[in-house]
Design a protein around this ligand. Sequence first.
Ligand code: HEC
Ligand code: HEC
Length: 354
Amino acid sequence: MRLALITTLIALGAACTGGEAPAPAPAPAPVVETPAAPPEPPIPAAQLALFTPIKAGTVAPTDKGLVDLGRTLYYDTRLSADRDLSCNSCHLLDKYGVDGTPTSTGHKGQKGGRNAPTVYNAFGHIAQFWDGRAANLVDQAKGPVLNPIEMAMPSDKALVDLLTTIPGYQSAFARAFPAEPEPISYDNVARAIAAFEEHLATPSRFDEYLNGKFSALTEDERKGLDTFISTGCVACHTGAFVGGGMYQKIGLVEPYPTKDKGRSVVTKNKADDFFFKVPSLRNIAETAPYFHDGSVPTLEDAVRLMGKHQLGKQLDDATVGSIVTFLKSLTGTIDQAYISQPVLPVDGPNTPKP
Ligand code: HEC
Ligand code: HEC
Protein backbone atom coordinates (compact mmCIF):
# COMPACT_ATOMS: atom_id res chain seq x y z
CA MET A 1 0.00 0.00 0.00
CA ARG A 2 2.55 2.52 1.20
CA LEU A 3 5.05 1.41 -1.48
CA ALA A 4 2.48 1.93 -4.19
CA LEU A 5 1.79 5.43 -2.90
CA ILE A 6 5.48 6.33 -2.87
CA THR A 7 5.90 5.02 -6.41
CA THR A 8 2.99 7.14 -7.56
CA LEU A 9 4.46 10.24 -5.88
CA ILE A 10 7.85 9.64 -7.52
CA ALA A 11 6.16 9.24 -10.90
CA LEU A 12 4.18 12.47 -10.39
CA GLY A 13 7.36 14.33 -9.34
CA ALA A 14 9.12 13.13 -12.49
CA ALA A 15 6.27 14.38 -14.65
CA CYS A 16 6.37 17.86 -13.03
CA THR A 17 10.11 18.42 -13.32
CA GLY A 18 10.12 17.63 -17.03
CA GLY A 19 10.69 21.35 -18.04
CA GLU A 20 10.97 22.44 -21.69
CA ALA A 21 14.00 20.38 -22.66
CA PRO A 22 13.18 17.32 -24.72
CA ALA A 23 12.32 14.64 -22.27
CA PRO A 24 15.06 12.08 -21.80
CA ALA A 25 14.10 8.52 -22.51
CA PRO A 26 12.09 7.45 -19.51
CA ALA A 27 13.94 5.29 -17.11
CA PRO A 28 12.49 1.81 -16.87
CA ALA A 29 9.84 1.76 -14.18
CA PRO A 30 11.27 0.32 -10.99
CA VAL A 31 10.00 -3.13 -10.26
CA VAL A 32 7.91 -2.77 -7.15
CA GLU A 33 7.48 -5.91 -5.14
CA THR A 34 4.04 -5.99 -3.58
CA PRO A 35 4.72 -6.99 0.00
CA ALA A 36 3.37 -10.51 0.53
CA ALA A 37 0.62 -10.75 3.14
CA PRO A 38 2.03 -12.36 6.28
CA PRO A 39 1.53 -16.12 5.97
CA GLU A 40 -1.62 -17.43 7.65
CA PRO A 41 -0.87 -19.91 10.44
CA PRO A 42 -2.30 -23.34 9.67
CA ILE A 43 -5.73 -24.26 11.05
CA PRO A 44 -5.20 -26.88 13.78
CA ALA A 45 -5.81 -30.37 12.42
CA ALA A 46 -7.83 -31.28 15.52
CA GLN A 47 -10.33 -28.54 14.60
CA LEU A 48 -10.50 -29.62 10.96
CA ALA A 49 -11.33 -33.11 12.18
CA LEU A 50 -14.38 -31.74 14.02
CA PHE A 51 -15.83 -29.23 11.56
CA THR A 52 -16.17 -28.80 7.82
CA PRO A 53 -17.25 -25.76 5.82
CA ILE A 54 -20.83 -25.59 4.54
CA LYS A 55 -20.87 -27.09 1.06
CA ALA A 56 -24.12 -28.70 -0.01
CA GLY A 57 -26.79 -26.30 -1.05
CA THR A 58 -24.41 -23.46 -1.79
CA VAL A 59 -24.17 -24.44 -5.46
CA ALA A 60 -26.29 -22.27 -7.68
CA PRO A 61 -29.69 -23.80 -8.33
CA THR A 62 -29.64 -25.61 -11.67
CA ASP A 63 -33.39 -25.94 -11.93
CA LYS A 64 -34.55 -22.35 -11.85
CA GLY A 65 -38.20 -23.02 -12.67
CA LEU A 66 -38.50 -25.43 -9.75
CA VAL A 67 -36.70 -23.18 -7.28
CA ASP A 68 -38.69 -20.11 -8.34
CA LEU A 69 -41.93 -22.03 -7.85
CA GLY A 70 -40.76 -23.18 -4.42
CA ARG A 71 -39.95 -19.63 -3.40
CA THR A 72 -43.39 -18.43 -4.51
CA LEU A 73 -45.17 -21.20 -2.60
CA TYR A 74 -43.05 -20.50 0.47
CA TYR A 75 -44.42 -16.97 0.62
CA ASP A 76 -48.02 -17.74 -0.39
CA THR A 77 -50.62 -17.51 2.40
CA ARG A 78 -53.13 -19.32 0.16
CA LEU A 79 -51.48 -22.52 1.41
CA SER A 80 -53.39 -21.96 4.68
CA ALA A 81 -57.10 -22.39 5.46
CA ASP A 82 -57.71 -18.75 6.34
CA ARG A 83 -55.26 -17.40 3.74
CA ASP A 84 -53.32 -15.72 6.51
CA LEU A 85 -50.25 -17.94 7.07
CA SER A 86 -47.35 -18.88 4.85
CA CYS A 87 -44.17 -20.77 5.66
CA ASN A 88 -42.62 -17.34 6.07
CA SER A 89 -45.05 -16.45 8.90
CA CYS A 90 -43.17 -18.74 11.28
CA HIS A 91 -39.83 -19.01 9.48
CA LEU A 92 -39.12 -15.40 8.47
CA LEU A 93 -36.38 -15.54 5.88
CA ASP A 94 -35.15 -12.02 6.65
CA LYS A 95 -34.99 -12.94 10.38
CA TYR A 96 -32.67 -15.94 10.01
CA GLY A 97 -35.61 -18.28 9.43
CA VAL A 98 -37.34 -17.94 12.80
CA ASP A 99 -40.18 -15.90 14.31
CA GLY A 100 -38.47 -14.99 17.58
CA THR A 101 -41.24 -16.34 19.81
CA PRO A 102 -41.10 -19.33 22.19
CA THR A 103 -43.85 -21.12 20.25
CA SER A 104 -45.42 -19.95 16.99
CA THR A 105 -48.97 -18.81 16.41
CA GLY A 106 -50.82 -20.87 13.83
CA HIS A 107 -54.40 -21.27 12.56
CA LYS A 108 -56.89 -19.09 14.48
CA GLY A 109 -54.24 -18.00 16.95
CA GLN A 110 -53.43 -21.51 18.17
CA LYS A 111 -50.05 -22.18 19.75
CA GLY A 112 -48.00 -25.31 19.20
CA GLY A 113 -45.84 -26.90 21.86
CA ARG A 114 -42.45 -26.43 20.23
CA ASN A 115 -40.21 -23.60 19.10
CA ALA A 116 -39.96 -23.10 15.33
CA PRO A 117 -36.42 -23.99 14.26
CA THR A 118 -34.74 -22.09 11.45
CA VAL A 119 -35.11 -23.24 7.85
CA TYR A 120 -31.58 -22.00 7.04
CA ASN A 121 -29.16 -24.90 6.60
CA ALA A 122 -31.90 -27.39 7.51
CA PHE A 123 -31.10 -29.22 4.24
CA GLY A 124 -27.95 -30.53 5.95
CA HIS A 125 -29.58 -32.17 8.99
CA ILE A 126 -29.95 -35.93 9.45
CA ALA A 127 -33.73 -35.46 9.56
CA GLN A 128 -36.31 -32.71 10.06
CA PHE A 129 -38.18 -31.52 13.17
CA TRP A 130 -36.93 -31.57 16.76
CA ASP A 131 -37.78 -35.27 16.94
CA GLY A 132 -36.65 -36.14 13.41
CA ARG A 133 -40.09 -37.42 12.36
CA ALA A 134 -39.65 -36.29 8.74
CA ALA A 135 -36.78 -37.90 6.86
CA ASN A 136 -36.09 -34.93 4.59
CA LEU A 137 -37.30 -31.52 3.45
CA VAL A 138 -39.85 -32.95 0.99
CA ASP A 139 -41.55 -35.00 3.71
CA GLN A 140 -41.29 -32.08 6.09
CA ALA A 141 -43.00 -29.59 3.78
CA LYS A 142 -46.14 -31.78 3.65
CA GLY A 143 -46.59 -31.43 7.40
CA PRO A 144 -47.43 -27.79 8.22
CA VAL A 145 -49.97 -27.27 5.42
CA LEU A 146 -52.30 -29.94 6.82
CA ASN A 147 -51.42 -29.53 10.50
CA PRO A 148 -54.68 -28.30 12.15
CA ILE A 149 -52.85 -25.88 14.44
CA GLU A 150 -50.48 -24.60 11.74
CA MET A 151 -51.82 -23.86 8.23
CA ALA A 152 -54.87 -26.12 8.68
CA MET A 153 -55.78 -26.91 5.06
CA PRO A 154 -58.63 -29.46 5.21
CA SER A 155 -56.88 -31.91 2.84
CA ASP A 156 -54.12 -32.22 0.28
CA LYS A 157 -56.80 -32.32 -2.41
CA ALA A 158 -58.23 -28.99 -1.20
CA LEU A 159 -54.83 -27.37 -1.73
CA VAL A 160 -54.31 -28.97 -5.15
CA ASP A 161 -57.81 -27.85 -6.22
CA LEU A 162 -57.14 -24.31 -5.03
CA LEU A 163 -53.77 -24.03 -6.79
CA THR A 164 -55.36 -25.38 -9.98
CA THR A 165 -57.73 -22.39 -10.09
CA ILE A 166 -54.79 -19.97 -10.21
CA PRO A 167 -53.60 -19.56 -13.82
CA GLY A 168 -50.10 -18.39 -12.81
CA TYR A 169 -49.58 -21.61 -10.85
CA GLN A 170 -50.78 -23.76 -13.75
CA SER A 171 -47.99 -22.39 -15.93
CA ALA A 172 -45.39 -22.36 -13.13
CA PHE A 173 -45.99 -26.03 -12.20
CA ALA A 174 -45.96 -26.99 -15.89
CA ARG A 175 -42.59 -25.27 -16.25
CA ALA A 176 -41.17 -26.87 -13.09
CA PHE A 177 -42.45 -30.39 -13.86
CA PRO A 178 -42.48 -30.53 -17.67
CA ALA A 179 -42.60 -34.33 -17.94
CA GLU A 180 -45.72 -34.75 -15.82
CA PRO A 181 -49.27 -34.88 -17.20
CA GLU A 182 -50.69 -33.40 -13.96
CA PRO A 183 -47.95 -31.15 -12.63
CA ILE A 184 -49.98 -29.68 -9.76
CA SER A 185 -49.88 -32.30 -7.01
CA TYR A 186 -49.33 -32.23 -3.27
CA ASP A 187 -46.01 -34.04 -3.71
CA ASN A 188 -44.86 -31.46 -6.23
CA VAL A 189 -45.77 -28.59 -3.89
CA ALA A 190 -43.45 -30.19 -1.33
CA ARG A 191 -40.75 -30.92 -3.92
CA ALA A 192 -40.70 -27.31 -5.11
CA ILE A 193 -40.57 -25.84 -1.58
CA ALA A 194 -37.79 -28.29 -0.67
CA ALA A 195 -35.81 -27.36 -3.80
CA PHE A 196 -35.99 -23.73 -2.72
CA GLU A 197 -34.91 -24.63 0.84
CA GLU A 198 -31.93 -26.65 -0.47
CA HIS A 199 -30.16 -23.36 -1.19
CA LEU A 200 -30.89 -21.60 2.10
CA ALA A 201 -27.26 -21.87 3.18
CA THR A 202 -25.55 -19.21 5.29
CA PRO A 203 -21.77 -19.50 5.14
CA SER A 204 -19.97 -17.32 7.68
CA ARG A 205 -16.45 -16.25 8.68
CA PHE A 206 -16.11 -19.65 10.35
CA ASP A 207 -16.17 -21.24 6.88
CA GLU A 208 -13.43 -18.88 5.67
CA TYR A 209 -11.44 -19.93 8.72
CA LEU A 210 -11.97 -23.65 8.06
CA ASN A 211 -10.97 -23.02 4.45
CA GLY A 212 -7.57 -21.88 5.68
CA LYS A 213 -7.94 -18.17 6.41
CA PHE A 214 -6.76 -18.15 10.03
CA SER A 215 -7.34 -14.40 10.35
CA ALA A 216 -11.04 -14.73 9.44
CA LEU A 217 -11.71 -15.27 13.16
CA THR A 218 -10.55 -12.77 15.76
CA GLU A 219 -8.24 -13.89 18.53
CA ASP A 220 -11.16 -13.91 21.00
CA GLU A 221 -13.26 -16.01 18.63
CA ARG A 222 -10.41 -18.50 18.22
CA LYS A 223 -10.11 -18.69 22.00
CA GLY A 224 -13.87 -19.22 22.17
CA LEU A 225 -13.59 -22.04 19.67
CA ASP A 226 -10.92 -23.66 21.87
CA THR A 227 -13.20 -23.26 24.89
CA PHE A 228 -16.16 -24.73 22.97
CA ILE A 229 -14.01 -27.77 22.15
CA SER A 230 -12.31 -28.21 25.53
CA THR A 231 -15.58 -27.81 27.46
CA GLY A 232 -17.02 -30.79 25.59
CA CYS A 233 -19.72 -29.16 23.46
CA VAL A 234 -18.28 -30.96 20.43
CA ALA A 235 -19.43 -34.31 21.79
CA CYS A 236 -22.72 -33.34 20.11
CA HIS A 237 -22.30 -30.10 18.17
CA THR A 238 -19.88 -30.92 15.32
CA GLY A 239 -19.74 -31.15 11.54
CA ALA A 240 -20.57 -28.57 8.91
CA PHE A 241 -23.57 -27.34 10.87
CA VAL A 242 -22.07 -27.52 14.37
CA GLY A 243 -24.96 -29.84 15.18
CA GLY A 244 -27.83 -31.29 13.18
CA GLY A 245 -26.08 -34.65 12.87
CA MET A 246 -27.42 -36.82 15.71
CA TYR A 247 -30.07 -37.23 18.41
CA GLN A 248 -29.20 -36.72 22.04
CA LYS A 249 -30.96 -36.61 25.35
CA ILE A 250 -31.70 -33.20 26.81
CA GLY A 251 -30.62 -33.64 30.41
CA LEU A 252 -28.04 -36.32 29.69
CA VAL A 253 -26.22 -35.68 32.98
CA GLU A 254 -28.76 -33.67 34.97
CA PRO A 255 -32.48 -34.02 34.10
CA TYR A 256 -34.02 -31.10 32.20
CA PRO A 257 -37.59 -30.23 33.21
CA THR A 258 -39.85 -30.93 30.19
CA LYS A 259 -42.97 -32.97 29.51
CA ASP A 260 -42.03 -33.36 25.83
CA LYS A 261 -40.63 -36.87 25.34
CA GLY A 262 -39.20 -35.99 21.94
CA ARG A 263 -37.89 -38.78 19.78
CA SER A 264 -39.43 -41.70 21.70
CA VAL A 265 -42.87 -40.63 20.46
CA VAL A 266 -41.60 -41.32 16.94
CA THR A 267 -39.57 -44.48 17.59
CA LYS A 268 -41.90 -45.87 20.33
CA ASN A 269 -38.72 -46.81 22.15
CA LYS A 270 -38.49 -45.80 25.81
CA ALA A 271 -34.73 -45.54 25.50
CA ASP A 272 -35.32 -42.46 23.31
CA ASP A 273 -37.25 -40.56 25.99
CA PHE A 274 -36.23 -36.87 25.96
CA PHE A 275 -33.98 -37.34 22.94
CA PHE A 276 -34.05 -34.48 20.44
CA LYS A 277 -32.13 -33.70 17.30
CA VAL A 278 -28.99 -31.84 18.34
CA PRO A 279 -29.68 -28.44 16.78
CA SER A 280 -27.28 -26.77 14.40
CA LEU A 281 -25.60 -23.78 16.01
CA ARG A 282 -25.27 -21.90 12.72
CA ASN A 283 -26.77 -18.38 13.20
CA ILE A 284 -27.55 -19.31 16.80
CA ALA A 285 -27.02 -15.72 18.03
CA GLU A 286 -29.94 -14.68 15.79
CA THR A 287 -32.44 -17.44 16.56
CA ALA A 288 -33.51 -16.88 20.18
CA PRO A 289 -35.39 -18.08 22.17
CA TYR A 290 -33.75 -21.46 22.65
CA PHE A 291 -34.47 -25.18 23.11
CA HIS A 292 -37.40 -27.21 21.83
CA ASP A 293 -39.72 -25.42 24.24
CA GLY A 294 -38.38 -21.95 23.41
CA SER A 295 -38.08 -21.32 27.15
CA VAL A 296 -34.63 -19.73 27.22
CA PRO A 297 -34.40 -16.13 25.97
CA THR A 298 -30.62 -15.55 25.95
CA LEU A 299 -27.73 -17.38 24.35
CA GLU A 300 -25.67 -16.99 27.53
CA ASP A 301 -28.31 -18.86 29.54
CA ALA A 302 -28.66 -21.54 26.86
CA VAL A 303 -24.89 -22.16 27.00
CA ARG A 304 -24.92 -22.23 30.82
CA LEU A 305 -27.82 -24.72 30.83
CA MET A 306 -26.03 -26.92 28.30
CA GLY A 307 -23.02 -27.03 30.61
CA LYS A 308 -25.24 -28.03 33.51
CA HIS A 309 -27.64 -30.52 31.90
CA GLN A 310 -25.45 -32.07 29.18
CA LEU A 311 -22.03 -31.99 30.78
CA GLY A 312 -22.64 -31.66 34.53
CA LYS A 313 -20.46 -28.53 34.59
CA GLN A 314 -21.08 -25.22 36.29
CA LEU A 315 -19.65 -22.87 33.64
CA ASP A 316 -18.38 -19.53 34.97
CA ASP A 317 -19.23 -16.23 33.25
CA ALA A 318 -15.86 -16.01 31.50
CA THR A 319 -16.26 -19.46 29.96
CA VAL A 320 -19.83 -18.75 28.89
CA GLY A 321 -18.79 -15.39 27.43
CA SER A 322 -15.92 -16.94 25.51
CA ILE A 323 -18.14 -19.65 24.00
CA VAL A 324 -20.75 -17.06 23.03
CA THR A 325 -18.05 -14.97 21.34
CA PHE A 326 -17.18 -17.98 19.17
CA LEU A 327 -20.84 -18.82 18.50
CA LYS A 328 -21.43 -15.32 17.13
CA SER A 329 -18.90 -16.03 14.38
CA LEU A 330 -21.37 -18.64 13.10
CA THR A 331 -23.77 -15.89 12.04
CA GLY A 332 -23.71 -16.14 8.28
CA THR A 333 -24.71 -14.10 5.30
CA ILE A 334 -28.24 -14.24 3.98
CA ASP A 335 -28.49 -14.09 0.19
CA GLN A 336 -31.00 -11.24 -0.01
CA ALA A 337 -31.59 -11.62 -3.73
CA TYR A 338 -32.38 -15.32 -3.30
CA ILE A 339 -34.96 -14.74 -0.58
CA SER A 340 -36.64 -11.65 -2.03
CA GLN A 341 -40.38 -12.13 -2.12
CA PRO A 342 -41.69 -12.76 -5.65
CA VAL A 343 -44.93 -11.33 -7.02
CA LEU A 344 -47.56 -13.96 -6.23
CA PRO A 345 -49.81 -15.15 -9.05
CA VAL A 346 -53.29 -13.62 -8.79
CA ASP A 347 -56.48 -15.54 -8.03
CA GLY A 348 -58.45 -16.92 -10.95
CA PRO A 349 -62.23 -16.37 -11.24
CA ASN A 350 -62.93 -19.66 -9.44
CA THR A 351 -60.34 -19.45 -6.70
CA PRO A 352 -62.18 -20.11 -3.41
CA LYS A 353 -62.03 -17.41 -0.74
CA PRO A 354 -61.70 -18.47 2.91
C1 HEC B 1 -47.56 -21.85 12.52
C2 HEC B 1 -46.12 -21.83 12.40
C3 HEC B 1 -45.46 -22.62 11.28
C4 HEC B 1 -45.75 -22.59 9.94
C5 HEC B 1 -46.85 -21.83 9.23
C6 HEC B 1 -44.75 -23.44 9.31
N1 HEC B 1 -43.89 -23.94 10.25
FE1 HEC B 1 -42.22 -25.03 9.89
N2 HEC B 1 -42.05 -25.42 11.86
C7 HEC B 1 -42.81 -24.86 12.84
C8 HEC B 1 -42.53 -25.51 14.11
C9 HEC B 1 -43.14 -25.17 15.45
C10 HEC B 1 -41.57 -26.50 13.82
C11 HEC B 1 -40.98 -27.52 14.83
C12 HEC B 1 -42.03 -28.58 15.07
C13 HEC B 1 -41.48 -29.85 15.66
O1 HEC B 1 -40.26 -30.06 15.63
O2 HEC B 1 -42.27 -30.67 16.11
C14 HEC B 1 -41.26 -26.40 12.41
C15 HEC B 1 -40.29 -27.15 11.74
C16 HEC B 1 -39.90 -26.92 10.42
C17 HEC B 1 -38.72 -27.47 9.78
C18 HEC B 1 -37.69 -28.37 10.44
C19 HEC B 1 -36.40 -27.66 10.72
C20 HEC B 1 -35.49 -28.47 11.60
O3 HEC B 1 -34.41 -27.99 11.93
O4 HEC B 1 -35.83 -29.59 12.00
C21 HEC B 1 -38.72 -27.01 8.49
C22 HEC B 1 -37.68 -27.30 7.42
C23 HEC B 1 -39.91 -26.22 8.31
N3 HEC B 1 -40.58 -26.16 9.52
C24 HEC B 1 -40.32 -25.66 7.13
C25 HEC B 1 -41.61 -25.15 6.94
C26 HEC B 1 -42.22 -24.92 5.65
C27 HEC B 1 -41.58 -25.24 4.32
C28 HEC B 1 -43.47 -24.38 5.87
C29 HEC B 1 -44.53 -24.03 4.85
C30 HEC B 1 -45.04 -25.13 4.06
C31 HEC B 1 -43.60 -24.27 7.31
N4 HEC B 1 -42.47 -24.77 7.93
C32 HEC B 1 -44.70 -23.68 7.95
C33 HEC B 1 -43.72 -23.83 12.68
C34 HEC B 1 -44.30 -23.50 11.46
C1 HEC C 1 -24.75 -34.62 24.97
C2 HEC C 1 -25.00 -33.79 23.82
C3 HEC C 1 -24.83 -32.29 23.94
C4 HEC C 1 -23.76 -31.58 24.47
C5 HEC C 1 -22.52 -32.14 25.11
C6 HEC C 1 -24.08 -30.20 24.28
N1 HEC C 1 -25.27 -30.06 23.66
FE1 HEC C 1 -26.14 -28.30 23.10
N2 HEC C 1 -27.82 -29.32 22.59
C7 HEC C 1 -27.99 -30.68 22.63
C8 HEC C 1 -29.37 -31.01 22.39
C9 HEC C 1 -29.97 -32.41 22.33
C10 HEC C 1 -30.04 -29.79 22.24
C11 HEC C 1 -31.55 -29.61 22.01
C12 HEC C 1 -32.17 -29.60 23.37
C13 HEC C 1 -33.64 -29.32 23.36
O1 HEC C 1 -34.06 -28.28 22.92
O2 HEC C 1 -34.38 -30.16 23.86
C14 HEC C 1 -29.05 -28.74 22.37
C15 HEC C 1 -29.29 -27.38 22.26
C16 HEC C 1 -28.35 -26.38 22.31
C17 HEC C 1 -28.59 -24.99 22.10
C18 HEC C 1 -29.94 -24.36 21.72
C19 HEC C 1 -30.17 -24.51 20.25
C20 HEC C 1 -31.49 -24.00 19.76
O3 HEC C 1 -31.62 -23.84 18.55
O4 HEC C 1 -32.39 -23.78 20.54
C21 HEC C 1 -27.40 -24.34 22.26
C22 HEC C 1 -27.15 -22.86 22.13
C23 HEC C 1 -26.41 -25.34 22.58
N3 HEC C 1 -27.01 -26.57 22.59
C24 HEC C 1 -25.09 -25.06 22.85
C25 HEC C 1 -24.25 -25.99 23.47
C26 HEC C 1 -22.98 -25.64 24.07
C27 HEC C 1 -22.35 -24.26 24.05
C28 HEC C 1 -22.48 -26.79 24.63
C29 HEC C 1 -21.24 -26.93 25.46
C30 HEC C 1 -21.23 -26.14 26.67
C31 HEC C 1 -23.43 -27.83 24.33
N4 HEC C 1 -24.48 -27.32 23.66
C32 HEC C 1 -23.26 -29.16 24.69
C33 HEC C 1 -26.98 -31.61 22.86
C34 HEC C 1 -25.77 -31.31 23.44
